[in-house]
Design a protein around this ligand. Structure first.
Ligand code: MG
Length: 170
């Protein structure tokens, strides 16, 4: 059994992860419209990852005999002003998700809920990686993406990304 506060926060987190999945799908669709299929591929994989994160939180509640409460998923961003815009928005979004996971961690810590802390450890590490990955994308875009040939090569490279399921199993 988990504390009600933890259950509520995890239910909110489930919504945030599903929203993240939507948010990245919106970006993937933007890049598809721009014929940047590699960027689209990269963001479509983000979409799958975020869905998998949501499902891990769902499973965690269920394994602890708690009820999953699904809420409406907010409409994603829609308007992007240039090719760099989704990258910056993705970075800001990941910072928000990191804060959100840290907030759950802080409550678990206060309550000496070591089980939840251990579960969240994977997400803490994952968020550090997500931030690094997007930060690197922005830096590489700034270096190469503003030139047509560089953008083409970056797009080719991002097209190579393949989906790997989360390493965390419950
Ligand atoms: Mg996530």
């Amino acid at each position: 059994m988990l504390d009600k506060k933890i259950v509520d926060l995890i239910n909110l987190q489930i919504n945030k992860e599903f929203y993240s999945s939507f948010f990245y799908m919106d970006m993937a669709n933007y890049y598809t419209d721009q014929s940047l299929n590699g960027f689209a591929n990269w963001f479509n994989i983000q979409t799958q990852e975020e869905y998998a994160h949501a499902m891990l939180f769902v499973q965690y509640l269920q394994l602890n005999g708690e009820k999953v409460v699904l809420e409406a998923i907010a409409k994603p961003m829609v308007e992007f002003k240039d090719h760099k815009h989704p990258l910056v928005a993705a970075y800001d979004h990941e910072l928000m998700v990191t804060r959100s996971i840290n907030d759950i961690y802080a409550v678990a810590f206060d309550q000496k809920d070591f089980k939840t802390m251990q579960f969240l450890d994977w997400f803490v590490k994952e968020q550090a990686e997500e931030e690094q990955n997007v930060d690197e994308m922005i830096k590489r875009y700034d270096l190469f993406g503003t030139d047509a040939r560089g953008l083409y090569m970056l797009d080719q490279e991002l097209g190579q990304r393949t989906y790997a399921p989360p390493t965390l199993t419950l």
